[in-house]
Structures are given as structure tokens and as C-alpha cells.
Design a protein around this ligand. Structure first.
Ligand code: URA
Length: 206
């Protein structure tokens, strides 16, 4: 049986703690039913840069915090090499619940679909209003779609800064993509390119 959803649940919290509480009660789409908890963004209010990922993974779902698993460790490394401190940026996801299929004891990540991304925009729009970032860095296709409101071809837009709805947006790759690359030389080169994108983001807000 499909879980009961409630699209009329549309609170308008005025603070990040309020947002976290409200997201925790979200039933706007069916993803809440299987996830352990919702994972709101993390970072200082009024951060100059908002980093957006896809959705919480297995580790994030259990911890209740974004980017604390393998992709998060790689992101932290890239941020460090770019001169950005993790604690100075607001880190969040396009979709706030972990979407997965169970496989034995494992939970295999599934990409959120266009409807789930669109329904979850409610939260990211509030995060944007509260944090008022000067630059949003969308990591990967799901984040780019959420922020741009339409599909984005990452390779075409990667690293470029453009203005959408009064906010500047940079699209780049998702760190999980690097983790899936089998060739270590290629992975290193792509990691460097990711760091270069983050350096450009840092220079933009300096
Ligand atoms: N991948 C994401 O997109 N977000 C996380 O929080 C973790 C992994």
C-alpha cells in the first residue's frame, strides 16, 4: 500500500531550526515512509555559498546530517583543497529523504524522480530565503534540476556562473560520481577539476 502523503503540508518556518523541525514532519511525498528521518541542510545562516547535493545517502539517513558518508568525506577534502571551510558553507540536498531499494541487508540508493525533486523544492526554496546565499553550487543533475527548475546538462554548464531568479548558480559534478570512477588517474583529474570549480566559487564570493 502506498504511504499517505499530504501535499497541503506547506509550513513556512522563519529560522533554520524551525525549518529542521518542519522538514522532520514532512509527508509531502512517499519517500518519508521508508527513510529513518528527514535530513535538513546544515551550516551558518547567511552563508555566502550554498552547496546542494542530491539526497541523503545511507549514512546521512542514519545520522540525520548531510554529507557525512563517503561522498561527504570526499567533499570535505575538495573543500579543504579549494580553501573553503565546510563550516562556512551551507550544505543541503535537493531531496530531504533517502530514496532506496532494500537488497538483503543493504539499502541501494535510487535517484529521486522529477516529481519528488519538484515536491521537495518547497524546502530548498525556504532554505534559499533564509540563508540568502550569494552563490548556489549545485552538485550533480538532481541538484541542478532542483535549483534551475528544469533539466540541466552538467557537461555544458559545468563551472560556469549564471544568474537564475536573482541568485547566482554554478553547476558542477557530484562527489559520488568521483567515487564511482574506476580509473584512479581519471578520478584524480576529475577531483582536481572539482576543486577548481570550488575555487572559482570561493573567488566569486570573496
Ligand atoms: N549524497 C548527497 O547528495 N547528499 C548527501 O548528503 C550524501 C550523499
Amino acid at each position: 500500500m502506498e504511504p499517505v502523503t499530504d501535499l497541503s503540508y506547506a509550513p513556512n518556518p522563519r529560522s533554520l531550526p524551525g525549518l529542521e523541525k518542519a522538514v522532520g514532519q514532512c509527508r509531502r511525498c512517499p519517500l518519508y515512509a521508508k527513510a529513518t528521518q528527514a535530513v535538513a541542510g546544515q551550516g551558518p545562516v547567511l552563508a555566502a555559498i550554498m552547496l546542494v547535493g542530491e539526497q541523503p545517502g545511507n549514512d546521512e539517513d542514519l545520522a540525520g546530517q548531510p554529507f557525512v558518508g563517503p561522498a561527504g568525506r570526499l567533499l570535505d577534502k575538495a573543500l579543504g583543497e579549494s580553501g573553503l571551510e565546510r563550516g562556512s558553507v551551507y550544505v543541503t540536498n535537493a531531496v530531504k529523504h533517502f530514496k532506496f531499494v532494500p537488497r538483503g541487508k543493504r539499502r541501494l540508493h535510487q535517484r529521486p524522480n522529477a516529481e519528488e525533486i519538484s515536491i521537495c523544492r518547497w524546502w530548498i526554496d525556504i532554505e534559499r530565503k533564509l540563508v540568502k546565499p550569494r552563490l548556489i553550487v549545485a552538485m550533480g543533475a538532481t541538484a541542478a534540476r532542483s535549483i534551475a527548475g528544469k533539466p540541466v546538462v552538467i557537461v555544458r554548464r559545468r563551472g560556469l556562473i549564471s544568474e537564475t531568479d536573482g541568485v547566482h548558480l554554478m553547476v558542477t559534478i557530484h562527489p559520488s560520481w568521483l567515487l564511482r570512477m574506476p580509473d584512479p588517474r581519471l578520478r584524480r583529474a576529475e577531483f582536481e577539476a572539482f576543486v577548481a570549480d570550488l575555487k572559482r566559487a570561493r573567488a566569486f564570493v570573496l
